[in-house]
Design a protein around this ligand. Structure first.
Ligand SMILES: [Zn+2]
Length: 155
């Protein structure tokens, strides 16, 4: 069932970004993100996810969600699902506006039934929020913008 528990957290103005080149975790100030920070170890550009990332396999789920250093929401959806199509543009927008504070991933549950089963998806859309590789909350069904932002701990 939906957990409406809202965990109020300290405002934190830094995030950890894992370097895609060498794997080093870099602590970066949120207000420095627009200047494209570089990895402190290898000087590669640190990638800040600012649009939804498609999860196509177990390997993607591990790399993009379970090992991600910033909170990551996974949207289980399908193309035929009307409420999913309502949530899609909202999640695209949130991914851009809140880049660095949350990452959005998408799982097409028709094409990835194994992942949908693993996370006991009963209906779509279902949004699951992961932090440090663990599920901390899930939101079932389409929801208005404010409710989604609260669920994502963004307001
Ligand atoms: Zn690096």
């Amino acid at each position: 069932m939906v957990s409406t528990r809202f965990i109020r957290e300290k405002m934190n103005n830094t995030i950890l970004l894992k370097c895609r080149n060498c794997g080093t975790k870099n602590r970066v100030q949120l207000d420095k993100l627009p200047s494209m920070p570089l990895c402190g170890k290898c000087s590669a550009k640190l990638v800040v996810p600012d649009r939804p990332v498609e999860i196509l396999s177990e390997q993607d789920m591990a790399a993009e969600v379970l090992e991600e250093t910033i909170p990551t929401a996974v949207d289980f959806w399908a193309p035929w699902c009307g409420p999913c199509r309502m949530m899609g543009p909202l999640l695209d927008e949130i991914a851009g506006i809140y880049a660095g504070r949350v990452k959005i991933s998408k799982v097409n549950s028709d094409e990835n039934p194994t992942l949908a089963a693993r996370y006991s998806i009963q209906g779509i859309p279902t949004l699951i929020l992961f932090r440090d590789g663990k599920e901390i909350d899930r939101l079932i069904g389409a929801a208005p913008r404010d409710r989604v932002l609260k669920f994502l701990r963004l307001m």
